[in-house]
Design a protein around this ligand. Structure first.
Ligand SMILES: Nc1nc2c(ncn2[C@@H]2O[C@H](COP(=O)(O)OP(=O)(O)OP(=O)(O)O)[C@@H](O)[C@H]2O)c(=O)[nH]1
Ligand SMILES: [Mg+2]
Length: 296
């Protein structure tokens, strides 16, 4: 009985400007890659839950899209609304910044966190910071904008000081029973995670703005005794983007497919047969059905 009373659980929303490393952080917090990452800003589109459970707590992390300022369309408005909802519903917010970089875009999202929401300042990418004094001064600067319940420096990419962060979060969580089974790592289906893997490769291997105009559709996901067969389409907004994704002699698409398949095999712990197609579907980013899916 005592154990039940001592147990803590709650929802922790991870917010910040695009590209500060929110998704990399959530993957390291739960110890498995569930959220895609890339060097490009605005990689994440969906709110993704990652669940961490140990003997005395369950931490449900919500990875959110970086607050959008670049492209104005229905999709981006929806993404920003979803970030605001994630903040409102959180027991604790992790406000993530990149070390020695705090600009208007960071400030804009920090201002969106209501004063009563417990907020931990997470300073990421400390592997890039060489000087302790510089780091201390940077933290002082950010603290001028808000008071934080705690502060943690981390390097998400290298998995440094992640455990310390987990302990600090636990201190802020309410007492309560777990919401999810203890072996659950994410609320997302394999089908969704697979579509995200393809989107990540498009982000990583296709230049400039095209990745923002791409969506993935999984047509079939068939689990057979020794293999999983997946049939997917990369939807592009404009006809000329199709060729750019396919590349000279189909090389780009081949690279995207091969890299995706390797990641899928790791995730699903099975051999995968993946077929990918590229299709033109104009205006999908304003498609109501697609936007509604972002809510789920
Ligand atoms: N050097 C260094 N790079 C990092 C660290 N954490 C993340 N990165 C890199 O930062 C880039 C962005 O990481 P993401 O995790 O995709 O960032 P994000 O905040 O989720 O970005 P959006 O989803 O676009 O808002 C990637 O290239 C990561 O490899 C870190 O601790 N150190
Ligand atoms: Mg992200």
């Amino acid at each position: 009985m005592t154990e039940e009373i001592d147990f803590k659980s709650g929802f922790i929303s991870i917010v910040g400007r695009p590209n500060v490393g929110k998704s990399t952080l959530v993957n390291h917090l739960i110890g498995q890659k569930i959220s895609i990452t890339s060097k490009k800003a605005q990689t994440t589109r969906h709110k993704i839950k990652g669940v961490f459970t140990d003997d005395n707590a369950q931490l449900i992390f919500i990875d959110t899209p970086g607050f959008q300022t670049t492209y104005q369309n229905a999709l981006n408005q929806k993404l920003n609304d979803n970030v605001l909802t994630a903040i409102k519903d959180a027991d604790v917010v992790l406000f993530v910044v990149e070390t020695n970089r705090f600009g208007e875009a960071d400030q804009e999202i920090l201002e969106k966190i209501p004063p009563h929401i417990k907020t931990i300042l997470v300073v990421n990418k400390i592997d890039k910071s060489k000087q302790e004094l510089e780091l201390q001064n940077f933290i002082k600067d950010v603290q001028q904008y808000r008071s934080f319940v705690d502060i943690q420096i981390v390097s998400a990419k290298h998995g440094h000081q992640i455990k310390d962060l987990i302990e600090k979060i636990k201190k802020q969580l309410p007492t309560g029973m777990p919401f999810y089974p203890e072996d659950m790592l994410t609320d997302r289906s394999s089908r969704f995670l697979v579509s995200e893997i393809i989107r990540e490769k498009v982000f990583r291997y296709i230049g400039e703005e095209i990745p923002y105009l791409v969506n993935i559709e999984i047509h079939s996901f068939e689990v057979q005794p020794n293999i999983i067969r997946i049939n997917a389409s990369i939807l592009v907004d404009k006809a000329n983007h199709k060729g750019m994704i396919i590349g000279k002699n189909g090389e780009k698409l081949k690279k995207i497919s091969t890299e995706s398949r390797l990641d899928m095999e790791k995730l699903l712990d099975s051999k995968v047969f993946l077929q990918t197609w590229v299709k033109v579907k104009s205006g999908w980013a304003d498609d109501i059905k697609f936007l509604q899916e972002l809510d789920s």
